[in-house]
Design a protein around this ligand. Structure first.
Ligand SMILES: [Zn+2]
Length: 251
């Protein structure tokens, strides 16, 4: 609260989303920011929340930076998007869902429950931009597992039924945050962690982000580092990391 009211400095971070080519179609992890957040004064209805949004975030976004245009830059058509996995419901992770109405929107059941709370907008979760007309949301659970690779996480969800894209509960930033492990023959595994940490160093050095439950974040950090030991070479990619070319092998 003090920081939001009195700070005079901000840190630049990117807002990444990821597109994965899968034999069954395109899969996205997160859907970026809606340019409307910056351009539409009424995007955030609650005036107090709007005030804090302006203090916390200085968005530098071109109105043309829509999900559809960003995909087109990479030669990818929105019509091919089959599923969009949303790491959590903060506004900068689902902004482009209107561009892919045919896609299944995958979210953890625990995160979906946030929408039933009294004032989700006070946690930057804006119902009216999530439950949009035609959006096909599919809350998923993580069935118990004995698989030693994933047992510490309590369960996992096999997104494409082929082991290539595995969703894992990684609570802390929000109670229902999830991560996605990508495994492709002959490449290093990639773990997309959303906002679990804002960059990899934080996760390695136990520095928690400002938003979330500290103890839960630290417990999840440890599980992720444990997974990295079991999957040597696994690259961890937070949503707001500059990434420094880490995924050049995959682009
Ligand atoms: Zn977030």
């Amino acid at each position: 609260m003090l920081w939001a009211l009195f700070s005079r400095s901000w840190v630049d971070v990117p807002i990444n989303f990821f597109a994965i080519e899968h034999p069954q179609g395109l899969v996205l992890f997160d859907a970026g920011l809606d340019p409307g957040v910056q351009n539409d004064r009424e995007y955030v209805k609650d005036p107090i929340v709007r005030f804090f949004m302006r203090r916390l975030f200085r968005l530098k976004m071109n109105p043309k930076e829509t999900l559809a245009n960003k995909l087109a830059e990479k030669g990818l058509e929105t019509s091919r998007v089959k599923k969009v996995v949303i790491s959590h419901l903060h506004f900068d992770h689902h902004g482009g869902i209107a561009d892919v109405p045919q896609a299944e929107l995958i979210i953890s059941s625990d995160e979906w429950e946030k929408l039933s709370e009294t004032h989700p907008e006070r946690e930057f979760i804006f119902k009216e931009h999530i439950e949009i007309r035609g959006a096909r949301w599919f809350p998923v659970d993580f069935p118990d597992t004995r698989d030693p690779l994933f047992e510490p996480f309590g369960g996992y969800y096999d997104l494409m039924d082929d082991g290539s894209l595995t969703l894992l509960p990684t609570p802390g930033h929000t109670p229902g945050s999830l991560s996605m492990l990508i495994r492709v023959e002959g490449k290093s595994p990639l773990l997309l962690v959303g906002d679990l940490a804002y960059n990899r160093e934080m996760l390695m050095e136990d520095r928690v982000p400002g938003i979330g439950e500290k103890e839960q974040l630290l417990a999840t950090f440890e599980k992720v580092r444990g997974l990295q030991k079991r999957l040597p070479g696994m690259v961890i990619l937070p949503a707001h990391d500059f990434m420094n070319g880490d995924i050049s092998d995959f682009c």
